[in-house]
Design a protein around this ligand. Structure first.
Ligand SMILES: [Cu+2]
Length: 343
């Protein structure tokens, strides 16, 4: 069990009808509510958020805290899980902010949907033909018109301000990158190139079932079907990592849900994104731009390890990539076994 936790793969084995799934979602929501609230407080406390909006959202937070059903997810994992309804667990501060914003918008969407539904029902019943033989000829009402103009403007402002700030933050790395990796999309796999003293580059393709045993990747919870790859991108934890993204043939997209990054890989152009992973583990993403018949079979796997492990791996990988990967895997598994024994 501990090992699964280390990988962040505390999957819920919820297979069945949606009713138990719904129950699990509700319970999961309650359990992680504190984390969302904490992220919310941090975000509100940040100077980038104007005082007025901060006040408004604080009001929302305090008055609507019970309605966290909208913030639900069934498990905290670094890969998709059965019956998952929302985002994967954030592994970067950016993803935490994105998750916060997703939950925040629900405080507007849900009340508006309910209000419109109630208004519709009210009009259908109150103004039905049978009780209104002579239809009203009312065509203007200044108060109502002011309300339905100003109301949406206020709602849009409340959404736009944090939204633009989040967008800006995504394109504004808070510090200089310590590591730069180039990811090149091909039909249908990825090339990774480390921009280090001695450049290291290798190809990363979906793990074929026939290669599982040879690669030591037989555990399908850790190395899931359609997500596991032969050579993972290895990066150190808590390190500002810049990713330069391009493609050789058609447009692909480099996406890692737990990191909150998704950027198109366009032939002839170099796009840039960044992340700073906060916890070690194995993270999965996929090409997110339709790129041909095997679009569904070009996963992205990023292994976040300690600084020391990364340095050892990098040095070894330059001459023997499969060997370096095996050593790293043995070390990570060993760590988890020791941790499990200590439990
Ligand atoms: Cu692709």
């Amino acid at each position: 069990m501990r090992r699964e936790k280390e990988y962040g793969l505390n999957q819920l084995e919820t297979v069945g009808i949606p009713v138990p799934a719904l129950f699990v979602i509700l319970v999961g929501t309650a359990a992680r509510n504190w984390e969302t609230k904490r992220a919310m407080r941090n975000f509100l406390a940040s100077a980038r958020f104007p005082a007025s909006a901060r006040f408004l959202s604080a009001r929302f937070l305090s008055t609507c805290a019970a309605a966290t059903i909208f913030a639900g997810t069934s498990a905290r994992a670094d890969q998709p899980v059965e019956w998952e309804t929302t985002f994967q667990a954030p592994a970067t501060d950016m993803m935490r902010q994105i998750e916060w914003f997703g939950n925040y918008t629900m405080w507007f969407i849900a009340p508006i949907t309910i209000l419109v539904l109630l208004l519709l029902a009210y009009c259908i019943v109150k103004f039905r033909a049978s009780v209104n033989p002579v239809p009203s000829k009312t065509s203007h009402n200044t108060l109502i018109e002011v309300v339905w103009t100003v109301g949406p403007v206020v709602v849009l402002l409340c959404l736009a301000i944090p939204s633009f700030q989040l967008l800006t933050a995504q394109y504004t790395p808070p510090e200089d990158a310590k590591l730069t990796v180039k990811a090149t999309g091909n039909q249908w796999n990825w090339d990774y190139e480390y921009q280090t003293d001695n450049t290291l580059s290798f190809n990363s393709a979906i793990l074929q079932d026939g290669d599982r045993a040879k690669a030591g990747k037989e555990d399908r919870k850790v190395y899931p079907r359609l997500l596991a790859v032969d050579n993972e991108l290895v990066v150190p934890v808590n390190t500002m990592t810049r990713v330069l993204v391009t493609a050789t043939d058609v447009i692909h997209s480099f996406a890692m849900p737990s990191f909150g990054i998704k950027i198109d890989a366009i032939p002839g152009r170099t796009n840039e994104t960044w992340f700073k992973a906060e916890k070690e583990g194995l993270y999965y993403g996929q090409c997110s731009q339709l790129c041909g018949k095997d679009h569904a079979f070009m996963p992205i796997a990023i292994r976040v390890v300690s600084d020391a492990q990364f340095k050892t791996w990098l040095a070894a990988a330059k001459t023997d990539l499969p060997g370096a990967n095996k050593t790293l895997m043995a070390e990570v598994d060993g760590q988890n076994k020791v941790a499990a024994a200590g439990n």
